[in-house]
Design a protein around this ligand. Structure first.
Ligand code: 5GP
Ligand code: SF4
Ligand code: MG
Length: 465
C-alpha cells in the first residue's frame, strides 16, 4: 500500500491526492483521504479505483477541507479479497475519549488474528476485516492521555511490518516498525511537513526530501515542529529488499539509494553471473527495464524494446483474483514482431512467482519468430510467501517452492533460465561483500525463507518455516 500525509498546508486534500497519485503503483484497488478542519471536524472519503478517477473533481475535494490530511492507496494483502468492501478501505478513523484519530497503514501485522480475537472477546466492535483496524481498537483501550502515547501503546502490542501515518485534530504522526520493513520518508514544503511512503510522492508536490523516518522511529509533527522518539526496543534494521527489486518506483530514493540505480546494477550483476550468447536484451516492461539496461550495458548485447506495454492497464499481479491476473498479461503486453523475428532473445524480468507471466511471454516471443528465448530474473527464486505486506500466494503456488531451477526452465519452456543470487542482489543494493549471513541488512524472507519477524498467525494456522 501507499500512505501519505501533510500538515500545515492549506487545502491539504489536494496535496494528499497528488501524493497518492504518485504512489498509485503501491495499490490500485482503492484509496481514501481523511482531513480535519477546526469548524467542521474530521472528513473522510473512501473510494474504489484510481486516485485520478476519484479525487480530482472540485465536488469531492470540497468535501475534504482543512490544512491537515492523510491518505492511503490500497492493495489487499490482508482482509477481504476478491469481493472488496469499502469498509476495508483506509484511512481508518476512531473517536476516543480524548478526541478523534485517523490512521493509514502500510505493511502487514503478523499477530492481527490473535489480537482481533482477544479484542472482540473484550467487547471491541470491528468494522472491517483488515488487520490494520486492530491499531484503532488498541488505541481506544489505552489509558494514555495523548494520542501519540496511545499510538505507541498500540504499536507495542502489534507484531509484523508497519509504516503508519496517523493524524489527530492538531498532529501528524509517522512511525516505522523496529526493523523498518516498509519505507516512510519525511519532506518539507514551505511551512508544511509531509510524510510519504516514497520520495516520488514528495517530488510530485515539489516538497523537499528531508530524510527517511528511521526504523523504530516515531515522529510527531505539531505547530511546525517535528519531535522524534524511539518507542520500541532497538533492533537491527531489515528493510524489504523487494522494494528495491520491484515495489518502489525507480525514481524514488530508498535507504539512501536510487532505486533505478540498484535495479540497473542488478542487471550488471546478472550479466556477470549468468552470461549467454544472444542477439538482443529485451525487458519485460516496466518492472524489468532498468535491469535489462544494466544487463545489456555489461554484456555488450544490444538493448531493444521487444515488448510494448499498454499504459492504460494496471499492474497484473496487484489485481486480486487469479482469473483477472491470467487475462492480464495479454491485455497488457504485446510483442514487436519486426524486432524479435529470427533473434536469440534475452528477456529480463523482475521476478517469477507463479510463473504464469513468464510462460505467456515466452509463448508470445516464440510466436513472433524468436530463434531462442533466455530468461534472466532480477531476483532470486521466490520460494517463500511474504507475510509483511507483499501479496505473494501461499507456498504451494510458488513455482520455486516445488521445482528446481532446471524444472522451472522446462516448465516455462525456455532455452535457459537464470536468477540473480542473493549475494548478487545484495551487491547491487550497495553491500560490496554480498549478504552477511550472520546479520543480513535486508528482509529477504521470500527468497531465503529466513523470516525476521515470526509470523504468529501463520504459525497458528500450521505454516512451517
Ligand atoms: P507470476 O506470473 O510469475 O506469478 O508473476 C510474476 C510477475 O508479477 C512479474 O512480472 C512481476 O513484475 C509481477 N509482480 C507484480 N507484483 C508483484 C509482487 O508483489 N510480487 C512479485 N514477486 N511479483 C510481482
Ligand atoms: Fe519484502 Fe520479501 Fe521480506 Fe516480504 S518477505 S518484506 S517481499 S523481502
Ligand atoms: Mg512484471
Amino acid at each position: 500500500c501507499g500512505i501519505f500525509g501533510v500538515i500545515g498546508l492549506s487545502d491539504a486534500s489536494n496535496f494528499v491526492a497528488l501524493g497518492l497519485h504518485a504512489l498509485q503503483h503501491r495499490g490500485q484497488e482503492a484509496g481514501g483521504i481523511v482531513t480535519y478542519e477546526p469548524e467542521t471536524g474530521f472528513h473522510s472519503e473512501r473510494r474504489f479505483g484510481y486516485v485520478r478517477d476519484n479525487f480530482t473533481s472540485a465536488a469531492i475535494m470540497k468535501l475534504l477541507p482543512g490544512d491537515l490530511g492523510i491518505g492511503h492507496v490500497r492493495y489487499s494483502t490482508a482482509g477481504s479479497k476478491g469481493a472488496a468492501q469499502i469498509r476495508d478501505v483506509q484511512p481508518f478513523f476512531g473517536e476516543f475519549a480524548i478526541g478523534g484519530c485517523a490512521i493509514a497503514h502500510n505493511g502487514n501485522l503478523t499477530n492481527a488474528a490473535r489480537l482481533r480475537k482477544d479484542l472482540i472477546e473484550r467487547g471491541a466492535i470491528f468494522q472491517s476485516s483488515s488487520d490494520s483496524e486492530c491499531i484503532i481498537h488498541l488505541m481506544a483501550r489505552s489509558m494514555q492521555k495523548t494520542q501519540a502515547e496511545r499510538l505507541k501503546d498500540a504499536l507495542r502490542l502489534v507484531e509484523g511490518a508497519f509504516s503508519v501515518i496517523a493524524m489527530t485534530r492538531t498532529k501528524l504522526m509517522g512511525v516505522r516498525d523496529a526493523l523498518g520493513v516498509r519505507p516512510l520518508v519525511l519532506g518539507r514544503l514551505g511551512e508544511g511537513w509531509v510524510l510519504a511512503s516514497e520520495t516520488c510522492a514528495l517530488d510530485i508536490i515539489g516538497a523537499e526530501f528531508i530524510r527517511e523516518i528511521e526504523p523504530g522511529e516515531m515522529v510527531v509533527i505539531e505547530n511546525g515542529v517535528v519531535e522524534s522518539t524511539r518507542p520500541f526496543a532497538p533492533a537491527n534494521a531489515r528493510s524489504c529488499i523487494f522494494e528495491q527489486v520491484y515495489f518502489s518506483r525507480p525514481d524514488s530514493i530508498v535507504g539512501g539509494r536510487s532505486v533505478y540505480e540498484t535495479r540497473r546494477q542488478i542487471g550488471v550483476e546478472l550479466a556477470r553471473e549468468a552470461p549467454i550468447d544472444a542477439d538482443l536484451v529485451c525487458p519485460v516492461p516496466d518492472s524489468g527495464t532498468p535491469a535489462a539496461i544494466g544487463y545489456a550495458a555489461e554484456s555488450g548485447i544490444p538493448f531493444g524494446l521487444g515488448i510494448t506495454r499498454n499504459q492504460y492497464m494496471g499492474r497484473t499481479f496487484i489485481e486480486p483474483s487469479e482469473q483477472i491476473r491470467n487475462m492480464g498479461v495479454r491485455l497488457k503486453l504485446n510483442v514487436n514482431r519486426a524486432l524479435i523475428r529470427g533473434k536469440r532473445v534475452i528477456l529480463v524480468d523482475d521476478s517469477v512467482v507463479r510463473g504464469t507471466t513468464s510462460r505467456k511471454i515466452k509463448d508470445m516471443i516464440l510466436d513472433a519468430g524468436a530463434a531462442e528465448v533466455h530468461f534472466r530474473i532480477a531476483s532470486p527464486p521466490t520460494a517463500w510467501p511474504c507475510f509483511y505486506g507483499v501479496d505473494t500466494p501461499e507456498r504451494s503456488k510458488l513455482l520455486a517452492a516445488t521445482m528446481s531451477e532446471e524444472e522451472m526452465r522446462e516448465w516455462i519452456g525456455v532455452n535457459s533460465l537464470k536468477f540473480i543470487t542473493l549475494d548478487g542482489l545484495y551487491r547491487a543494493a550497495g553491500e560490496a561483500k554480498g549478504r552477511d549471513a550472520a546479520n543480513p541488512r535486508f528482509c529477504d524472507a521470500c527468497f531465503s525463507g529466513q523470516y525476521p519477524i515470526a509470523p504468529a498467525d501463520k504459525l497458528d494456522e500450521g505454516f512451517v518455516m
